[in-house]
Design a protein around this ligand. Structure first.
Ligand SMILES: Cc1ncc(COP(=O)(O)O)c(C=O)c1O
Length: 439
């Protein structure tokens, strides 16, 4: 369990004595309301200048105001916001609150769009800045000219944010959802692609698929599924709520038609931020959800005609993306994977634990789903929270009785080990937790 107070203890104990924070000359913290606040570093100070050792990751961790004493491991729902982003949000909120005459800040929003596009391997004209993944999923599905009998293929582990618009259109105009069962864990890329291929009929219009499922954290073979879709004359719509900010993404390399992502999860820009990529050459087939039909020269901006927006959050995305660029996309993905591999390796050694997430790095990164014997998941989650102040989430989808833990760049190996100890305690004391989460 690492707190900001712990961070400072680490500093005084010499953890950072030779680190770049010390070299930077930045002060090591100040007491504020009984808590030590580590200094906000400039984004440039997060650029690795030496080995990516634990001293470096301490420095990254010091830039998050995570509740003192809490180990937060549910980034898959919403990530904590690093201070550079928080401060950018606060600054713009104040500026607009005090002087609303320049409330739209259109040029700056365009700059965010261009920055996000570059970060994802897209063109600015292919990016709409949305309010959530769900909005991005709706933009695509509701934007197509679908008719009764058209089929959409997706799997049983898709999120309601992507499914909702399909079930609405099923009820409203009679499109047909075709739902396949995805194995947990799968055996191979061919097995997954084969399941989708078998479900395609002459009436299929598109495949809807999560790049990483929210249930088991399965990474689906998006490029192979995109190739399959295109071979069969279909479109592919990707629910990318998780990978943005966790994995090194490139839209062009994946060859997808549509990719909806969240800002509040792994990119850590706070609620009300999202990104919707729509490939330039299919934009004439996707109507805007709101507003006028749009002019081709506006590109994906035509999908943003939802009126006044939360400009401070949107402009705050710049700091989030710049921070990730400074750390380095491949470094972030490698760190997320190293922590979750440590977690999965530890889980396997705990008697009574079943892991639903694949051990193969091809199929898993920052999310891990597990069950502890037959203990009700709410008891497992509550016991871990109240005994050890570690926050993870429960998972019921597909009648699972499981818990999901996430690892991101602000997490530390010691936190992973702490969670493993906590799970081991619950498993060893199973009879106590069958009916209650009490200690
Ligand atoms: C895979 C997946 N898709 C969609 C969503 C919905 O995200 P948002 O709140 O950004 O719409 C989530 C949220 O947890 C998710 O995990």
């Amino acid at each position: 369990m690492i707190s900001r107070r712990g961070f400072i203890r680490g500093v005084s104990g010499g953890v950072l004595a030779t680190g770049a924070l010390a070299r930077s000359g930045a002060s090591l913290g100040a007491w504020e309301g009984g808590q030590v606040i580590a200094p906000t570093l400039s984004i440039a100070h997060l650029k690795p200048s030496g080995p990516l050792d634990e001293a470096y990751w301490w420095r990254v961790r010091s830039q998050f105001n995570i509740l003192d004493g809490m180990t937060f491991m549910n980034n898959g729902t919403e990530g904590p916001v690093p201070r550079v982003v928080l401060e950018a949000n606060e600054r713009v909120f104040r500026e607009i609150a005090e002087n609303p005459s320049n409330n739209y800040r259109r040029e700056e929003v365009d700059e965010v769009r261009a920055l996000v596009a570059g970060f994802m391997g897209a063109e600015a004209g292919e990016i709409a800045l949305t309010r959530s993944t769900t909005e991005g999923m709706n933009i695509f599905t509701h934007g197509l000219d679908l008719k009764a009998g058209d089929e959409v293929v997706y799997c049983n582990h898709e999120h309601g944010g992507g499914i909702g618009c399909i079930t609405t259109l099923a009820k409203r105009i009679g499109i047909k959802p075709v739902v396949i069962e995805i194995p947990s864990p799968p055996q191979s890329v061919d097995q997954i692609v084969g399941l989708y291929e078998k479900a395609i009929t002459p009436r299929t219009r598109f495949i809807m698929v999560s790049h990483m499922t929210y249930v088991t954290g399965l990474i689906t073979p998006i490029k192979e599924l995109a190739d399959l879709a295109h071979r069969r004359g279909l479109l592919i719509s990707v629910d990318g709520a998780h990978p943005l900010g966790m994995m090194d993404l490139d839209m062009k390399a994946m060859n997808v038609d549509h990719y909806a992502a969240a800002g509040q999860k792994w990119l850590m820009c706070g609620t009300g931020t999202g990104v919707c990529y729509i490939r330039r050459d299919i934009q004439d087939r996707v109507w805007p959800l709101m507003g006028p039909p749009g002019d081709p020269k506006d590109g994906a901006k035509k999908y943003e005609a939802f009126g006044q927006r939360d400009v401070p959050s949107v402009l705050g995305m710049t700091a989030a993306v710049e921070m990730q660029k400074a750390i380095g996309k491949p470094n972030i993905e490698a760190r997320v994977r190293a922590l979750s591999t440590r977690f999965r390796t530890g889980l396997k050694a705990i008697p009574g634990v079943k892991m639903w997430t694949s051990e193969d790095p091809l199929f898993a990164a920052g999310l891990t789903l597990f069950s502890v014997r037959d203990i009700p998941m709410a008891n497992v989650q509550q016991a871990i929270l109240s005994r050890d102040r570690i926050y993870i989430r429960t998972m019921t989808t597909g009648n699972l009785n499981a818990c999901r833990a996430a690892t991101h760049i602000y997490n530390l190996p010691s936190e992973v080990d702490h969670l493993l100890d906590s799970i081991r305690h619950v498993s060893e004391n199973a009879s106590r937790y069958m009916t209650t989460a009490a200690q």
